[in-house]
Design a binder for this molecule. Sequence first.
Ligand SMILES: [Fe+2]
Ligand SMILES: [Fe+2]
Length: 191
Amino acid sequence: MADEQRDVIEILEHDHREVEEMFTELESLRGASTDEARSRRKELTEQVTIELVRHSVAEEVLVYPKVEKKVSAEEVEHARKEHAEAEETLHRLEKLDPDDPAFDDELETLMGEIRHHIEDEEGEMFAHMRQVMAEDELRSMGARVEAFKKVAPTRPHPNVPNEALPRMAAGPAASLFDRMRDLATGRGTND
Ligand SMILES: [Fe+2]
Ligand SMILES: [Fe+2]
């Protein structure tokens, strides 16, 4: 059903809104000390990490190479750099317990980095994609992004360069290993 297929920008912006909602809930739980609030913070941090990794790797493999050719190589270079920084932050955050005082600082850093990156993407890159790329092409990219996210890695891998080829070379092993660990530990939701 081609008409029902959302285009890639709709999909990616929808992901951005979901991440922002999780950030807002995480902010509202800051300093909360009940067991329930603490476990919710941990769960939300895992979910936001999974979503950000799948989303970013899909962009790096399927979206940025097209944007690089058709829209702006400079905007893509900037975006990859922001992904690399956020991935380092996710990696530090992954190792911290929500009770650790450093956790809030790293979370604060992550939220600042991602909110800024979302503004850049939506305000510049995606707006320029709309001007230059045909709706058909945006829809078929949308279908590929949706399929790719189902098999993408779920944990940060800051040692892998934020580019399509290294991501694809590392992808199957990283992704399988991440998903096996997720299943073994009950982390996140596996869809
Ligand atoms: Fe994005
Ligand atoms: Fe991005």
